[in-house]
Write a protein that binds this ligand. Structure first.
Ligand code: DAH
Length: 356
């Protein structure tokens, strides 16, 4: 091959490569071009491989020319590659753009059950008044649930508390029951305290929260399971005035200074005298509405601890007196939030729960 021929051929190789490059549109075509024009068997590479066959005087010149062609093709390739990458990016930006104005996906926040919220508020308020929280069992004996609280076996007052019995074999007059109220905790707490110093038992000032169970015909104000918060204060010289003050103050702290309260004489075997404690419905201000019924919502019972109960707890009724109360936190939550049916609390319907 003559010098002129090979140099001409190299020029054609370069031109063919540049022409082919000009029409490329995408990355794939670009890689194919690279293999064809700069790969092992590309024409310019073959010239290098054949270099040894040229006349020794020609070699440097051909080598140099081939190298220039290779460099020119590589340079053109790089420029074209950049252009294609930039075009692809512009295309992607135009077509796959994120709408940053779309609202994000909300994160679902956990929250406390409304009953828990009310209970915690009650602990806080009672805590401020000096009451400690005492926890007592939910499965009780008849002895503690009733007898120690002055409900004799067969006493008609038991009818107010339709009871679930736990199947525990023949236990005579002392069957196992699901507690129907938190009041048995009063006796446990007094016994525990008086055991520390039987001759001079220390004063007791506690609240007892927890679940209670009754075989109820359910309606808007009655459920088969419900929370109560019991309170008891025992010490020398405690009076009914202390009871009234404590519960009235509680109502004011929960519902505001203006709220009106009412004590109605009532009967419980474990207190004497006994009363029901009502709070004016602040939805209707005593007019009467579907939530309260007659303008007042009964939120619990209360009274002076019966001498027999004090004695059962290890306290001498000649030296000690005390008051007790049992409130329904759900009733309080109903009043607070305008909930018109107690059955919502344990239905676990998220549409209800998410409102609190
Ligand atoms: N244990 C009663 C009930 O569930 C409520 C109650 C009334 C509790 C008077 C008391 C009380 O401590 O003094 O119906």
């Amino acid at each position: 091959m003559s010098e002129a021929n090979i140099l001409q051929e190299l020029e054609q190789i370069k031109q063919a490569g540049l022409d082919a490059l000009a029409s490329l549109e995408n990355e794939e075509a670009l890689q194919a071009w690279r293999t064809a024009h700069l790969g092992r068997s590309a024409p310019v590479m073959q010239v290098f491989q054949k270099l040894g066959t040229f006349d020794a005087t020609l070699r440097p010149q051909v080598g140099q020319a081939a190298n220039q062609v290779k460099v020119a093709l590589e340079g053109a390739f790089n420029t074209c590659s950049e252009t294609i990458t930039a075009k692809a990016l512009a295309h992607a930006l135009a077509n796959e753009k994120l709408d940053v104005s779309l609202p994000g996906r909300p994160i679902a926040h956990g929250r406390l059950h409304p009953d828990t919220q009310i209970l915690r508020e009650l602990y806080r308020v009672f805590g401020e008044m000096g009451f400690q929280v005492y926890r007592s069992r939910e499965v009780e004996t008849d002895e503690y649930n009733f007898q120690m609280l002055n409900f004799a076996v067969g006493h008609p007052a038991r009818d107010m508390q339709d009871t679930y019995f736990v199947d525990a074999g023949e236990r005579g007059d002392n069957p196992i029951v699901m507690r129907t109220h938190t009041s048995p905790g009063q006796v446990h707490a007094m016994q525990e305290a008086s055991a520390t110093n039987p001759q001079n038992p220390p004063p007791v000032r506690i609240v007892l929260p927890g679940m209670c169970y009754r075989y109820e015909q359910t309606d808007a104000r009655h459920e088969t399971q419900f929370d109560q918060i019991e309170g008891i204060a025992v010490g020398p010289g405690i009076t009914f005035t202390n009871l009234k003050a404590t519960l009235s103050d509680l109502a004011r702290r929960l519902f505001g200074q203006e709220v009106r309260t009412r004590f109605r004489a009532s009967y419980f075997p474990f207190t004497e005298p006994s009363a029901e404690f009502d709070v004016e419905c602040f939805l209707c201000h005593g007019e009467g509405c579907p939530v309260c019924g007659g303008g007042w919502l009964e939120i619990g019972g209360c009274g002076m601890v019966h001498p027999n109960v004090l004695r059962n707890g290890g306290y001498d009724p000649e030296r000690y007196s005390g008051f007790a109360f049992g409130l329904g936190p759900q009733r309080i939550a109903m009043l607070r939030y305008g909930i018109n049916d107690i059955r919502y609390f344990w239905e676990n319907d998220a549409r209800f729960l998410e409102q609190f």
